[in-house]
Design a protein. Structure first.
Length: 117
């Protein structure tokens, strides 16, 4: 059974940094993509970044603009999201997700990120 457990969220001032982690277990991830999504209060969930687990190829949402970096540690089965230059509009619940098909079909429980002015 696939399990995705996020951690690393918290309260940070604007301009600060946070690193989110997602510990993955339950299967081999080498053939799949993993990604980060976020959901702000009252808004729909939006794509943040994704990475090919084997290739390391990365893609980012337009709003990231060089501020976030997605990475993975295959030995630890852990996905990361390094977030720099955080803005209040980055506030939301951040989710990691695994795509084994045409859609992301496994999700973590989310971790709250709050950026104060």
């Amino acid at each position: 059974q696939v399990q995705l457990v996020e951690s690393g969220g918290g309260l940070v001032q604007a301009g600060g940094s946070l690193t989110l982690s997602c510990a993955a277990s339950g299967r081999s991830f080498s053939s799949y993509d993993m990604g980060w999504f976020r959901q702000a209060p009252g808004k729909e969930r939006e794509f943040v970044a994704r990475i090919g687990w084997r290739s390391g190829t990365t893609y980012y949402g337009d709003f990231v603009r060089g501020r976030f970096t997605i990475s993975r540690d295959s030995a630890k089965n852990t996905l990361y999201l390094q977030m720099n230059s955080l803005k209040p509009e980055d506030t939301g619940v951040y989710y990691c997700a695994l795509r084994t098909s045409r859609v992301y079909d496994y999700w973590g429980q989310g971790t709250q990120v709050t950026v104060s002015r």
